[in-house]
Design a protein around this ligand. Structure first.
Ligand code: AMP
Ligand code: MG
Length: 359
């Protein structure tokens, strides 16, 4: 039995007692896992350095990979960040609460440990009622990375948190499945033009509207490594979201839909007699099943017409792969890199052990 206490709450109207109990644990320097609209976070009082170090230890996260600080008001933003430019503050007044994180100058009074020793800090105001009420009950910012062991898929349900961190965390506030299922968009607003450090639910097209300016989408935001270039966000150098099995991402390259399906089917066939798994949209799974029947283990991600559905199912599907007995290799379909599709492809590229390109 894991050590953590589980407090079940309604996602939209969480009980005040449960929230107060969780806030009290944070006040005492403890760790509370809680739902946000993106994924579950592993929270600590951001102004308590010892509690912050516990987060790194529990997750086995390298100490140079900074945490995101969660706030519930503009006033709290100014307690953790310094010199917030007016154009950023006004963009945030539109975008928050929501799945958008900005990297700003760190307020010197915020412990450097939160930022992995950097002079900057990543901040966001989450849109989940449970997260907002917890921050308000503490009365201060909560440092919270995703509540998984470093390198594992992020948790979208309380059970995932218990699987990874059941013995490390004091309380898990369980409000069921998170809404987006993929981590926040991280934007560096200190560079001359805002640039995406990590794509997320807020796509580049939407960001341009929020900030009223062009946004840079560097290759690393797509999950593509550029040889010899130093990553601007420490998290970018680590492999992420990875299941323990071999995962082969089949990139679309210049193939059209029908030659891509042909190529994917051939890849799967070449793996017999051992059944491979296929992580794919419902449409692609159905089309492959018509050809290969039950010689493949199908993990359906949702409809290709709704990339938010695919994003929401992605991490639990990666976790479920590890539970498929008799399967040692999985192939994954690639999605179109627009909107949240950019984030899906970033996660798939980081989770995969190999990539092959349709030709
Ligand atoms: P997580 O909280 O686990 O979802 O990861 C947070 C992400 O934000 C990681 O990729 C971090 O590297 C990135 N991040 C956090 N703080 C900063 C910062 N000060 N500068 C650049 N990237 C950051
Ligand atoms: Mg994470």
């Amino acid at each position: 039995m894991p050590r953590a206490r589980v407090l079940r709450v309604d996602p939209l109207r969480p009980s005040g007692e449960a929230i107060e109990e969780a806030a009290e644990v944070l006040r005492g320097g403890g760790l509370v896992a809680f739902p946000t609209e993106t994924v579950y976070g592993l929270g600590a009082d951001a102004f308590n350095p010892e509690a912050v170090y516990r987060v790194y230890r529990a997750k086995r996260r390298p100490l140079d990979n900074p945490l995101i600080v969660h706030v519930s008001s503009p006033e709290m933003l100014h307690r953790v960040a310094a010199d917030v430019p007016d154009w950023v503050a006004s963009a945030l007044s539109v975008a928050w609460p929501g799945p958008l994180t900005v990297v700003l100058r760190r307020n010197p009074s915020l412990p450097a440990a939160v930022s992995g020793g950097l002079e900057t800090v990543a901040v966001r105001c989450p849109a989940h009622p449970v997260a907002l009420k917890l921050i308000e009950a503490l009365g201060g910012p909560v440092a919270a990375p995703s509540a998984n062991i470093a390198g594992r898929p992020s948790p979208t349900r309380a059970e995932h948190v218990l699987e990874d961190l059941g013995d490390e965390v004091d309380v898990v506030v369980d409000a069921g499945e998170t809404f987006f299922g993929i981590e926040s968009t991280v934007v560096d607003v200190l560079s001359p033009r805002p640039r995406i450090l990590r794509p997320g639910p807020v796509g580049p097209e939407e960001l341009e509207k929020v900030f009223g300016t062009k946004i840079d989408v560097p290759p690393f935001a797509r999950g593509v490594e550029v040889f010899g270039e130093r990553p601007p966000s420490p998290g970018l150098k680590y492999r992420h979201y990875a299941p323990s099995k071999r995962l082969v991402l089949v990139e679309r390259g210049s193939c059209d839909d029908s030659s891509y399906l042909e190529f994917l089917t051939r890849m799967l066939e070449s793996h017999s007699p051992e059944p491979p798994a296929l992580l794919a949209s419902n449409e692609t799974s159905d089309a492959v099943r018509e050809r290969l029947g039950d010689s493949v283990a199908y993990i359906r991600l949702g409809s290709r017409g709704n990339l938010f559905e695919i994003a929401k199912n992605l991490f639990s599907s990666l976790r479920s792969l590890d539970r498929h007995e008799g399967v040692s290799v999985a192939f994954s379909e690639a999605v179109e890199e627009r909107g949240v599709g950019l984030a899906i492809m970033n996660r798939l590229r980081k989770a995969s052990s190999e990539r092959i390109i349709c030709a």
